[in-house]
Write a protein that binds this ligand. Structure first.
Ligand code: ZN
Length: 512
């Protein structure tokens, strides 16, 4: 590499590191808002986050970034596609081109607005007060449509929003995939509904939070979550956040009358954290130092939550530990009963607590509503009723109020409308593809899980997925790791096999 190239690359990296520092400061402010900040701090926090976002956006879109990227282009062209510098320059250019479309004033205004909107929603949800958030949501929809307009030439107005979370995806690619999935899930949900239901009353006793926390943290330690590089706090709406390679935090919430909620949130967020912790430390401070897409990220949280944490072999190893923490509650419950309870399938109202089979129907409802809102087919005023109608149609249920209806998810109140939900289902599909590939390479993984050993699985995921950060796009990663594109077959096979056994469904179900 020539001296001038070396100097320009160092200059670019130093500049991008400052952008990363500012974004990390913004994330820290948001983490604090969701964990420890007193409510009265909300207005100032919205302003502070907007200020930091304005600085970050200004720096990210500075002309000097464009000049350095142009100057380094000839160097990038000499490199193999998977060279770290080639990936850095590729991703930095993609981010730069996207960010420069959006004026700094707009980015700051949105950041301030969604922070405020989040605070209003946090009060409106327990109060079941949709009218309170309605003007905020109307403004959010307007911002979302304006955001899309910065990317003229899109096919669907949701595409720029989808693309910013799941690069390479669009309404046209996701729509048919989700429809195919919906058509496969509906008969499975129906067949399960016709079988005797699993009794999950063992999960709904009194479980003091301290014991729940101790158990969950012991499990994620075994998974490989390093508490010297992270911590777990409680919040209303669990999430993972990263400030640096050495500081990847998770949050959870404990409900003392529901053992599953807190535990599976912990396992889920730990999955997100393992991905971030596993990225090559050499990428620190660069745009490569984060998971590559919402879908791939979710594939990792769901894999550790479901493929591992809701598996029979997992509970053979861990159920005794849980019984020792809660002897009165679980002493008389067998491991088979407990395994069935944590996998009970039943149409329900709350997405985050939904079982693996019905979960995607919740996501498909949100995705459809997002498209209708952005297209202007659905007004915010009519959203609560549209929500109820979709639930009745897809899940046969109607929430008694808006709290468990349109107010339940944080996303539209803490971010733009569009691009927020498809990643959840893409993640479920990819998790099955990745896990099937890992099992083919290492058939011993389930037996190891049964012994509380996760090093083979964790190592395989780190080597094949985590270490690369954003170096490869989701579709490149799928192709490299599984040898093929995004496909439903492994996911449907996983669901049909697991739940067919659990609910005693006939083998030939679903075959032509
Ligand atoms: Zn997640």
């Amino acid at each position: 590499m020539e001296n001038s190239t070396q100097r320009q690359l160092a200059e670019l990296k130093a500049h991008l590191r400052e952008v990363d520092d500012l974004r990390s400061v913004g994330s820290l402010l948001a983490w604090d808002q969701a964990t420890y900040m007193p409510e009265a701090g909300a207005a100032a926090r919205a302003r502070q986050i907007a200020t930091v976002e304005a600085l970050a956006h200004e720096k990210a879109t500075a002309a000097t970034v464009g000049h350095l990227l142009d100057a380094l282009q000839p160097y990038a062209e000499t490199l193999p596609y998977d060279h770290d510098d080639a990936a850095l320059l590729r991703v930095a250019r993609r981010n730069y081109e996207r960010a420069t479309r959006v004026p700094t004033s707009f980015a700051a205004e949105v950041a301030g607005h969604v922070t405020e909107s989040f605070s209003v929603w946090a009060e409106a949800r327990p109060a079941n007060d949709f009218a309170r958030v309605r003007p905020y949501l109307e403004k959010t929809l307007e911002f979302s449509r304006r955001y899309a307009d910065f990317f003229p030439g899109y096919q669907h107005i949701a595409d720029p929003l989808i693309d910013s979370a799941d690069f390479g995806m669009s309404a046209a690619t996701i729509g048919p995939l989700f429809e195919e999935l919906r058509q496969a899930l509906t008969p499975l949900v129906k067949a399960i509904g016709e079988r005797p239901q699993v009794d999950d009353s063992c999960l709904h006793q009194h479980f003091p939070a301290a014991g729940q926390r101790a158990f969950g943290e012991a499990v994620i330690r075994d998974y490989g979550y390093d508490f010297r590089r992270g911590r777990q706090d409680t919040t209303h709406h669990p999430f993972m956040t990263k400030f640096a390679s050495g500081d990847v935090r998770i949050t959870t919430r404990f409900d003392e009358s529901d053992l599953g909620g807190g535990l599976f949130s912990t396992l889920h967020e730990a999955g997100h954290a393992l991905y971030e912790l596993g990225i090559d430390p050499a990428f620190e401070g660069t745009p490569l130092n984060e998971g590559t897409s919402a879908g791939v990220h979710e594939s990792q949280s769901r894999l550790w939550e479901n493929q591992v944490g809701r598996s029979a072999t997992f509970w053979q190893r861990y159920y005794g530990d849980l019984q020792r923490i809660f002897p009165e509650q679980l002493g008389g419950v067998s491991v088979e009963q407990f395994y069935a309870a944590v996998n009970r399938v039943e149409p329900s109202l709350i997405r985050t607590e939904a079982d693996e089979v019905t979960y995607n129907l919740h996501v498909i409802i949100r995705f459809g509503l997002e498209l209708d809102l952005l297209e202007g087919k659905l007004a915010i005023a009519d959203l609560p009723e549209a929500w109820h109608a979709r639930y009745v149609e897809s899940l046969g249920l109607r929430a008694p109020d808006d709290r468990d209806g349109v107010l339940q998810d944080v996303h539209w109140y803490g971010g733009l409308i569009g691009g927020a939900f498809q990643g959840y289902t893409l993640g479920n599909i990819m998790a099955a593809q990745f896990y099937a590939t890992a099992l083919a390479a290492h058939p011993e993984i389930p037996a190891e899980i049964g012994q509380g050993r996760f090093a083979t699985l964790h190592g395989w995921l780190r080597t094949n997925i985590y270490q690369h950060g954003s170096k490869f796009t989701a579709s490149e990663l799928l192709e490299r790791v599984t040898g093929g594109p995004l496909t439903l077959a492994p996911y449907l096979h996983y669901l049909n096999t697991k739940y067919g056994a659990l609910y005693g469904l006939r083998e030939e179900r679903g075959r032509p």
